[in-house]
Design a binder for this molecule. Structure first.
Ligand code: ADP
Ligand code: 5GP
Length: 199
């Protein structure tokens, strides 16, 4: 049963590509009745994605306009390739209503959110092993070989950067999906309870 909550919170989920962020974010969203933040990106849409649901797929020109308009809470160029950003307005609206907002963003974005909204909760998802990460990236069947190689080769640096940045409060190993989701949900609930009982 989804939990009804009264205190808004911003939850950041980061981790290397293929580790299971999307899967975990959507499970946590269901369990906590949270809202998923739809990012804007210049990356091309894959066949299995829907514009406005998975991302707002925009041109580079439109993305730059949004940057100039200061429409982003955070934004970054990921894999030295495409730009991604979290729109500020929907986040502010969800938090103002006392709801939970879930962000699936990279480590550069996580660092910016840590700086701009230190009261947010930031999780970094780790793979059980490098081999398993490569298997998940490949089996997902979404990216071409070049993209899989780029994403896999970035993973080690991302993990190192995340652990040294100090931007992440919690590191969760996504080996068994059910356990990873349960651990994440339990931490969020505990932090919410603590915040609500604070004077
Ligand atoms: P990300 O959003 O981090 O790139 P995804 O959520 O798309 O990763 O997951 C990548 C692939 O790994 C998907 O095919 C997903 O079903 C699978 N997956 C996610 N978590 C697990 C897990 N704990 N064990 C096995 N496969 C998983
Ligand atoms: P993908 O192309 O696999 O959907 O996402 C690639 C990477 O971009 C992932 O690490 C994902 O978390 C990150 N990402 C998605 N949206 C955003 C965003 O709004 N901001 C930032 N900084 N990263 C994002």
């Amino acid at each position: 049963m989804p939990t009804t909550r009264t205190q808004g919170a911003l939850i950041v989920i980061s981790g290397p590509s293929g580790v299971g962020k999307t899967t975990i974010v959507h499970r946590v969203r269901e369990e906590l009745n949270a809202i998923f933040s739809v990012s804007a990106t210049t990356r091309p849409k894959s066949d299995r994605e829907t514009d406005g649901v998975d991302y707002y797929f925009v041109t580079s020109e439109r993305f730059e306009e949004l940057v100039q308009e200061r429409a982003f809470l955070e934004h970054a160029e990921v894999f030295h390739c495409h730009r991604y950003g979290t729109l500020k307005e929907p986040v502010e609206k969800v938090l103002a209503k006392g709801n939970l907002m879930l962000l699936d963003i990279d480590v550069q974005g996580g660092v910016q959110v840590h700086q701009n909204m230190p009261e947010s909760l930031r999780f970094f998802i780790l793979p059980p092993s490098e081999d398993e990460l490569l298997r998940r990236l490949t089996e997902r069947g979404r990216d071409d070989a070049d993209s899989i190689e780029r994403r896999f080769s970035e993973a080690k640096q991302e993990i190192l950067f995340a652990s040294e940045s100090g931007a992440y409060d919690f590191f969760i190993v996504n080996d068994n999906l059910e356990l990873a989701v349960a651990e994440t949900v339990a931490i969020i609930k505990k932090c919410q309870d603590t915040a609500q009982s604070a004077p």
